[in-house]
Write a protein that binds this ligand. Structure first.
Ligand SMILES: *Cc1c(COP(=O)(O)O)cnc(C)c1O
Length: 444
């Protein structure tokens, strides 16, 4: 080998090292060094996440093989959508993944809120009562239920609502739950992820224990779990503990980043059938609903979902570990077990929150050149800043961050279609804080 070539090769290889490429993308060597140190400490955590992803990958694979998924399943339907094997067998695959009798997985379910609203409205009747046993539900459900008066809410149909707060430490209040179950109680709702609250997210085992208690004393009560952001974070899902309906959005974990829309409800035959007739129409139910060309992305997204979720989890843990070094309060902290893919970081100042979101935006594959600005959002009492450079509008399995501009100026960070992207985005955000003089790297 000529000396000249050797020199050329070494220059090229050095230029393309991770460290230098990070520098090329605007990350200072000091930050890179620090991040590298933080990452080395996370190795065991990451291995455990890979093991969970492995189980979930096999779970999905098994469900697809069992249902003999073939190329024909990717042919869509139009019009009424009768005899759409791709659509119908996808629902069998979901039922097998969640170990339920049945599932409804549809592009006509427009988002997570819609899926939850559908599950509730389809299974409640006038005079029934719904109890949230995990405290205040996700913001958008307040209007669904009618906690905030709203056109078309369950309250307008004579369905009443009760709420049992979580205990101070974020755990279920078993005694209060037991005494909240009355003769009218028809649905008990549980939310796995904290959403935009700073309570801890609930583990599947904790949820399982509540389901067990409710079913022991009142087997007639339908238990619904809002599973948003929780799918594939663990090897076990709430449905494995007997939840009658496990509900979520396809532009979060189970869509694997490929589903461009949609929602799912996995559960008992009875509950899912009620959802089907409510989604379309009595008498028609699940027989209709053209899938157009969407089946392939639903299947392929589900197939990728375990690894995509694992990458997002690694990103969340890495973000907590790094930002704790800079003295920020992270929820959950870097050492806690994970029950969803959301990471909250309290910046304490609007400048910090803004810089973080700007960094996440600047790291995006799409719209990286725009600067996110706080703006007023319906349902929020202060401006909200959002960073999202996503392939799918609003997709929060893709790397994204948002936060309301009020105390404690917390950024809610989630997603990342690949761990490599999440890793870079987190460093880009930290670099932005450093560039603005909000943090000092090397002095943490
Ligand atoms: C995202 C989410 C929802 C539903 O949100 P959509 O934006 O309507 O998809 C409901 N509950 C929780 C906990 C969520 O994270």
């Amino acid at each position: 080998m000529s000396q000249q070539f050797e020199a050329k090769r070494d220059t090229l290889r050095s230029k393309m090292s991770v460290r230098n490429y990070y520098a090329h993308m605007g990350i200072s060597p000091a930050l890179w060094e620090l991040a590298d140190k933080v990452l080395k400490n996370l190795r065991e955590r990451f291995e455990a996440i890979d093991e969970i992803a492995q189980v979930n990958q096999l779970k999905v694979l098994h469900a697809m093989q069992k249902n003999r998924i073939s190329a024909e399943h990717f042919n869509g339907s139009t019009g009424y959508g009768y005899n759409d094997a791709g659509r119908d067998d996808l629902e069998k695959v979901y039922a097998d993944v969640f170990h339920t009798e049945d599932a409804l997985v549809r592009s006509q379910i427009t988002c997570g809120t819609h899926a939850l609203s559908l599950a509730l409205a389809a299974n409640l009747r006038p005079g029934d009562e719904m109890v949230s046993v995990s405290g205040k539900p996700y913001d958008t459900l307040e209007e669904v239920i009618g906690i905030r008066p709203s056109r078309g809410s369950l309250a307008e149909y004579g369905i009443t609502y009760r709420q049992v707060e979580l205990k101070e430490d974020g755990s279920f209040d078993f005694d209060a739950i037991r005494s909240s179950l009355g003769p009218k109680t028809r649905i008990a709702a549980i939310q796995r992820s904290k959403g935009y609250l700073t309570r801890p997210s609930l583990s599947v085992d904790e949820i399982g224990e509540v389901i067990h208690m409710i079913k022991t004393i009142r087997p007639d009560i339908i238990v619904m779990v809002d599973n948003c952001y929780g799918e594939f974070v663990d090897t076990v899902e709430p449905s494995d503990y007997g939840a009658d309906m496990t509900v979520g959005s396809l532009i979060k974990n189970p869509g694997g980043g490929l589903a461009p829309m949609g929602g799912y409800i996995a559960g008992t035959r009875e509950c899912v059938e009620n959802c089907a007739v409510r989604l379309t129409s009595p008498g028609l139910g699940r027989e209709v609903g053209a899938s157009l060309q969407i089946n392939r992305s639903f299947y392929q997204g589900l197939f990728l979902a375990p690894t995509v979720t694992a990458g997002a989890l690694k990103g969340a843990i890495f973000a907590a570990a790094l930002f704790e070094r800079f003295g920020y309060h992270c929820i959950p902290d870097a050492r806690s077990p994970r029950n969803d893919i959301i990471q909250a970081i309290e910046f304490k100042t609007p400048q910090g929150l803004r810089a973080f979101c700007e960094g996440i935006q600047a790291a995006a594959p799409v719209d990286s050149y725009v600067t996110p600005e706080p703006w007023a959002m319906p349902g929020y009492d202060s401006d909200v800043i959002m960073a999202a450079g996503a392939f799918i509008q609003g997709s929060s399995i893709e790397l994204s961050a948002d936060g309301p501009l009020h105390e404690p100026y917390a950024a809610y960070f989630q997603g990342g279609l690949t761990w490599e992207h999440a890793r870079f985005g987190i460093l880009k955000a930290a670099q932005r804080l450093a560039d603005k003089g909000i943090i000092q790297i090397g002095r943490e």
